[in-house]
Design a protein around this ligand. Structure first.
Ligand code: IVH
Length: 715
């Protein structure tokens, strides 16, 4: 009921109810660390309370929630675990990449080259992805992508977007997750900036960032004031599928009231899809929204199901990006950045220039050879008129390229504009970390010299330490809210509360207490934000094994590899035991690790090095003592092959080897390349040889392909 229609009695009753309700939510949020409503919903309650108080000032209660300071959750939005992960797309940059994508699908499915796969082609919208969950045809959650596994609950803000229906019609299934892109139109963006300029405010940079900012407003009314729009193009969980094709699904979304992109079309072949790409590219400038490429998807959902997913992206879709945008500017300086692994990256400091709507001041120069004009294999990258390599010098006028979210890079030099006094760039021979560690060109696997220079200081090098910490708290690692790059940099050099190792993060609260609570008086902090920070840190004392392994920052062990290792070993104890053995030169342990599918010699070597280093061993021990590391989740734990180690051998008829492997992994099995006493099952097709013998030797169960399908309950 609108506030102005409330009687005095109703207002009194509602204020009492709101005081109780808000206090209860505060308790759940601050004390139990277990909020039951979104921040936006909580804010709405507080605003309702304030509105009633404003209309009936004499009814304001002694325990009014509007008097309690710092009670509004300041920790951002509540988290939502996606029922089905929100993945990203592989990129294609030219026609050959697109043909290779189709060929790869054909190979995976075992289809002959001349059997075309029907595709859909549609614009890739440059906005932000959104998952809309409907239960019993009512919108219940709107969540951002986040890290793909877990996003932010922005439901209340999403409800203000006119393109997004609150309810679905009767025919729609009980559980529906429609996914698509939220964006801001070009004209609306220009209009917003016109108003901003009029009001003397700061201008927005581009529609994408503005849309993202608009969606993350704490006050839904603020979101409602921005004309956000939506295109539906995919889905997450669905209790029933309304169609058998990509096109049919999207048409169903349209029938339910979602806007879909009018340029989407079905293509019979790769050639046809490339025609669609050119047609869309030709319209790009005329469209009222930014697009940065064309997305192709296998149209048949049956094929999509068979193709499945890689770690981060589906095998059945790809984004064909438009060519990168370029601009010229002056290279003012070259700085050296030290990465987490000690790699020294030269960074170009540029006279600010707008490239495709974004102001660029820094760009990568990749490495020493790149500056000199040579590529990875010693080939000349920028030949001059005589065919000699052109180097890059401070003072040069350079071409800068920016492609999507990729870091901008310096591409080329205009020699005609080179100042007479420009000197060739001399790559430093010592690390800027002042340890004066010699920096060497890395030795590579072939025994030769790599193109990257590295500081050998490792944890002694403050830059590498700091980068390790930044990686440690990053999104796919510990993801600690309120502890980002800026905060790590400040804590790193803090005289009272230094954070120099990951374990230091977990002693911060105690150290702050011992120091008499100094943090709350620091710039940028207050009682509430310090409380939130400590709560966020404590929240992460329980951590998933794969996140933990990724966070350690072992070379060659990124997100994907961490996941593979987590699934293979199951628990931290099992992994750690194996890693320590491998580091000590234990052959069987090494062989076992090497035998894990997708794990090769480079990774095993890096793990051996990491755990063989006494400093690392201490660092890890200190850290583990502060944590509870959760065992890896077995995917599809109810499948009969979950947790089993399976080997496929011989020729398979109903599926390709890749498909078999992907299917087994989807069902929670580990797929190994060789048979040992650890193998649980061998699936042998005709022509199986030595692996079958090994299976007999180790008394491992053997089934044929039909037996495999029986076992997993598929026919
Ligand atoms: S399909 C399983 N279709 O691009 C992934 N994505 O680079 C399904 N995007 O995170 C995504 N337009 O935010 C798809 N027509 C479109 C898209 C699109 C924009 C975004 C989306 C996704 C990102 C991947």
């Amino acid at each position: 009921m609108p506030v102005e229609d409330l009687s005095e009695d109703q207002a009194r009753g509602e204020l009492e109810r709101l005081a109780k309700e808000i206090a209860a939510h505060n308790r759940r949020y601050f004390q139990d660390d277990a909020p039951t409503i979104s921040d936006a919903a909580f804010d709405a309650l507080r605003r309702r309370n304030e509105a009633i108080e404003a209309a009936f000032p004499h009814l304001k209660r002694a325990d009014s929630p509007s008097e309690s300071v710092g009670a509004t959750p300041a920790g951002g939005f509540a988290k939502v675990v996606h029922a089905v992960p929100m993945l990203s797309l592989e990129n294609a940059f030219n026609d050959d990449d697109v043909r290779a994508f189709v060929a790869q699908m054909q190979r995976f499915l075992g289809l002959p080259d001349d059997e075309a796969i029907a595709l859909t082609a549609e614009p890739k919208i440059d906005g932000l992805s959104m998952s809309l969950r409907y239960e019993n045809r009512r919108l219940v959650v709107g969540a951002t992508r986040g890290d793909g596994a877990e996003g932010e609950d922005v439901t209340e803000n999403v409800r203000t977007i006119g393109d997004i229906p609150d309810e679905l019609p009767n025919g729609a299934p009980d559980v529906v997750e429609v996914r698509g892109e939220i964006y801001l139109g070009k004209q609306d963006f220009a209009e917003l900036n016109r108003k901003q300029a009029e009001a003397g405010g700061q201008l927005y940079v581009n529609p994408r960032n503005t849309a993202a900012g608009s969606l993350r407003q704490k006050d839904p009314a603020a979101t409602a004031g921005r004309p956000l729009r939506f295109f539906a193009y995919t889905w997450g969980q669905m209790s029933a599928r309304p169609a058998e094709t990509q096109m049919g699904m999207v048409e169903a979304f349209a029938a339910w009231g979602f806007p879909i992109n009018p340029l989407m079309r079905r293509c019979d072949s790769a050639g046809d899809a490339l025609d669609a790409y050119r047609a869309i590219e030709a319209q790009r400038a005329k469209l009222d929204y930014d697009i940065d490429g064309v997305v192709y998807k296998a149209d048949s959902l049956a094929l999509q199901d068979r193709l499945g997913f890689r770690t981060r992206s589906p095998r059945w879709a790809i984004a064909h990006k438009f060519p990168a945008e370029k601009a010229t500017t002056v290279l003012e300086a070259i700085d050296i950045q030290v990465g987490r692994t000690g790699a020294l990256t030269p960074v170009a400091r540029l006279r600010p220039v707008t490239v495709g709507g974004v102001v660029v001041t820094n760009a990568t120069l990749h490495n020493e050879d790149y500056i000199r004009g040579y590529g990875r294999d010693g080939q000349i990258l920028r030949p001059d008129a005589e065919g000699a390599a052109v180097d890059i010098r401070v003072g040069d006028t350079v071409t800068v390229q920016r492609a999507g979210d990729v870091i901008p890079q310096v591409l080329d030099v205009d020699l005609a504009l080179r100042p007479a006094d420009a000197e060739p760039y001399a790559f430093p021979t010592t690390c800027p970390c002042d340890l004066r560690t010699e920096i060497v060109r890395e030795e590579i696997a072939t025994g030769g010299e790599g193109i990257v220079r590295r500081c050998s200081g490792e944890f002694a090098c403050p830059f590498q330490r700091k980068e390790h910490l930044i990686h440690f708290v990053s999104r796919n690692a510990f993801d600690i809210e309120g502890l980002g790059v800026k905060q790590i940099e400040a804590f790193f050099d803090d005289p009272d509360l230094p954070v120099r190792t990951p374990a230091d993060i977990f002693t911060l609260e105690q150290r702050d207490k011992d120091a008499g609570g100094v943090l709350k008086d620091r710039e940028g902090y207050g009682e509430v934000s310090v409380g939130n920070l400590f709560a966020a840190i404590n929240d992460r004392r329980k951590i998933a094994l794969e996140r933990f392994l990724n966070a350690l920052g072992i070379r060659h062990v990124g997100e994907g590899t961490a996941r593979v290792l987590a699934r293979a070993y199951g628990s931290w104890t099992a992994f750690h035991e194996a890693a320590v053995k491998v580091a000590a030169g234990d052959e069987p342990a090494r062989e076992e690790m090497d035998g894990i599918d997708q794990i090769g010699g480079t990774v095993v070597e890096a793990i051996a090095r990491y755990f063989g280093e006494a400093d690392n061993a201490r660092l890890v021990d200190d850290l583990v003592a502060a944590l509870e590391i959760r065992d890896a989740e077995q995917t599809a734990s109810d499948s009969p092959v979950a947790g089993k180690t399976v080997v496929f051998t011989g020729s398979l008829e109903r599926m390709t080897r890749d498909e078999a492997k992907a299917m087994a992994e989807r069902l929670g099995a580990k797929v190994a390349g060789s048979v040992s006493s650890k193998t649980d099952l061998v699936v042998a097709g005709p022509g199986a040889g030595s692996k079958l013998k090994q299976a007999e030797k180790h008394s491992v169960e053997v089934v044929d392909e039909a037996g495999w399908f029986d076992l997993i309950g598929a026919t």
